[in-house]
Design a protein around this ligand. Structure first.
Ligand code: 2AM
Length: 171
């Protein structure tokens, strides 16, 4: 399997620790915990890239301008078909939608196509998970977002994901 690229929000250590506690609460026999260093919120999944596509994606992100914002991770649930357990946000900040929309609008000239299915921002915590009844976190996780990254998977590595480049958000 080749390296798969994706744009994402990358939590700081404080959020990783809080997400780790949620992960421990949701854990079930037979599920696999995502390594805490791999926790992220995907903005745009690109997949395997040619060198030219990677250059185009990097230049596209260089051209982007978006303000910082805050995310409140306050709920959990699962995608039963994908068998993932996740932590998510009930309220999607308009700046998050704007960032995702602007990202796709600069990526489309590179030939990337936005997925048609609705965007559900989430941080995957468990894989091979049985369905989880959705609920709210008793202690929501505040996440000030000041940058976004392009990351990629590394076959056979743990942690599995590596940040390729980080871009600051600026007012
Ligand atoms: P997931 O965490 O719910 O599995 C890297 O694979 C990241 O891109 C993961 O966060 C994954 O979501 C996300 N992703 C989005 N669309 C994907 C797709 N079609 N194939 C694989 N991963 C995808």
């Amino acid at each position: 399997m080749g390296e798969r690229f994706f744009f994402a929000l990358w939590p700081e250590e404080e959020q990783r620790q809080a997400l780790r506690a949620v992960q421990a609460q949701l854990d079930q026999p037979g599920s696999r915990r995502v390594h805490p260093a791999d926790f992220h919120l995907t903005l745009a999944f690109l997949g395997i890239l040619s060198p030219a596509q990677l250059d185009c994606a990097l230049a596209a992100a260089d051209s982007l301008s978006c303000p910082p914002f805050a995310v409140q991770l306050d709920c959990f649930g699962s995608f039963p078909r994908a068998r993932v357990g996740w932590c998510g946000l009930r309220t999607h900040p308009s700046e998050l939608r704007q960032l995702v929309n602007r990202l796709w609008s600069v990526l489309e000239p590179c030939g990337f196509r936005r997925e048609q299915r609705p965007y559900h921002p989430h941080v995957t915590l468990l894989r091979k998970a049985k369905p989880i009844r959705p609920g709210g976190l008793s202690q929501p996780i505040a996440w000030p977002v000041e940058s976004f990254v392009l990351a990629h998977s590394k076959t056979g590595a743990t942690p599995r994901y590596q940040v390729r480049k980080r871009w600051p958000l600026s007012p």
